[in-house]
Ligand binder design. Structure first.
Ligand code: F6P
Length: 342
């Protein structure tokens, strides 16, 4: 009998529970029992645990968020944090650890491997910005919400002849904006990978009006930067334990700039946490289930310091170090989608 510890860190996303369920159920079948650590890395630091038997994970496949709770705790920024984690793992007789999260959570898992911890990562973030995997858990579900939001914005924008701006997440990556905007037929798509010019957007809207299109829908990623502005628009300048500021407000910034130049009303919707909450899409449920199963398989094969990844239809292990050192921003081959129908 082996024992796996599991935790979920960083911003949550729909599908995490499906991955937890798969680890517990597939593990159980292979004589691996699971113990859950609560609140991200805070759990193993403070010894916050809960048993996870097959009965404890019943009925969670379709539920968003994480039953284990999450945090942005960085043990490497806490005095004695790493030693406390090592102590907790020993006390609980943990053979290996599964960490579900984004770059920050997986980065801690990789650094702990240097301290002898046998860790396996499962990528989850709606931003889809983790290297060496085509998809992370959560992206597909967030796209569903964004697409639905754009469909709804279209009907009201059309009725009121308005310019409507939808701000979405993504940090430095434009996947949510680009793919959401493409799926939802946004007229203008703005992403962090390509600085935007207010004057150009203004011209695009006028051009649409000249073609009797009396409304326009703009989707903007929170990290998109207007040319000439020094840096991204911040909701909060304070830096978290992993060195990130909180982005937000570029939609309102853009709307204010456009309103100065135009007669027709410009309004903003910030999709914020709505795009991260709720039930996982079928794609995310399946991906998360496959990742959870693969994590146990990799452990039984003795592969550690790796992350579960999807390449095409195949689930494969990639070295955590390689995933963490590979940037996953929108590549130039997809930039044509930004201006496809303007
Ligand atoms: O999980 C990633 C993410 O959704 C980013 O897109 C966003 O910038 C960030 O989380 C916001 O997280 P929070 O406000 O929960 O710290």
């Amino acid at each position: 009998m082996q024992r796996v510890g599991i935790l979920t860190g960083g911003g949550d996303s729909p599908g995490i529970n499906a991955a937890i369920r798969a680890v517990v159920r597939f593990g159980y079948r292979h004589d691996v029992s699971t113990i859950g650590f609560l609140e991200g890395w805070q759990g193993p630091i403070e010894g916050l645990t809960r048993p996870l038997g097959p009965d404890d994970i019943s009925g969670i496949l379709h539920i968003g968020g994480t039953i284990l709770g999450s945090s942005r705790t960085n043990p490497f920024k806490i005095e004695g944090g790493v030693e406390r984690i090592l102590g907790t793992l020993e006390r609980n007789a943990i053979d290996f650890l599964v960490a579900i999260g984004g770059d920050d959570t997986l980065g801690v898992a990789h650094r702990l491997a240097e301290h002898g911890v046998k860790a396996i990562g499962i990528p989850q973030t709606i931003d889809n910005d983790i290297g060496m995997t085509d998809y992370a858990i959560g992206f597909s579900s967030a796209l569903d919400v964004i697409t639905d939001a754009l469909d709804r914005l279209h009907t009201t924008a059309f009725s009121h002849h308005r310019v409507l701006v939808l701000e979405v997440m993504g940090r430095d990556a434009g996947w949510l904006s680009l793919m959401g905007g493409t799926a939802g037929g946004a007229d203008i798509i703005l992403i962090p990978e390509k600085a935007f010019k207010i004057e150009r957007i203004h011209r695009q809207i006028l051009h649409r009006q000249a073609r009797k299109k009396h409304f326009s829908i703009i989707i903007v990623a929170e990290g998109a930067q207007p040319e000439g502005l020094d840096g991204q628009v911040l909701a909060e300048a304070e830096i978290d334990a992993f060195g990130h500021v909180r982005l937000g407000g570029v939609g309102q910034y853009l709307a204010n700039q456009l309103a100065e130049r135009m007669e027709i009303p410009v309004r903003v919707t910030n999709l914020a946490y709505l795009q991260r909450g709720g039930s996982p899409s079928p794609f995310d449920r399946i991906l998360a289930t496959r990742f959870g199963v693969a994590a146990i398989e990799f452990a039984l094969e003795g592969r550690f310091d790796v992350m579960t990844a999807i390449h095409g239809t195949k689930i494969e292990p990639v070295r955590l170090e390689e995933a963490l050192n590979t940037s996953r921003l929108v590549d130039s081959g997809l930039l044509y989608l930004v201006d496809l129908f303007d």
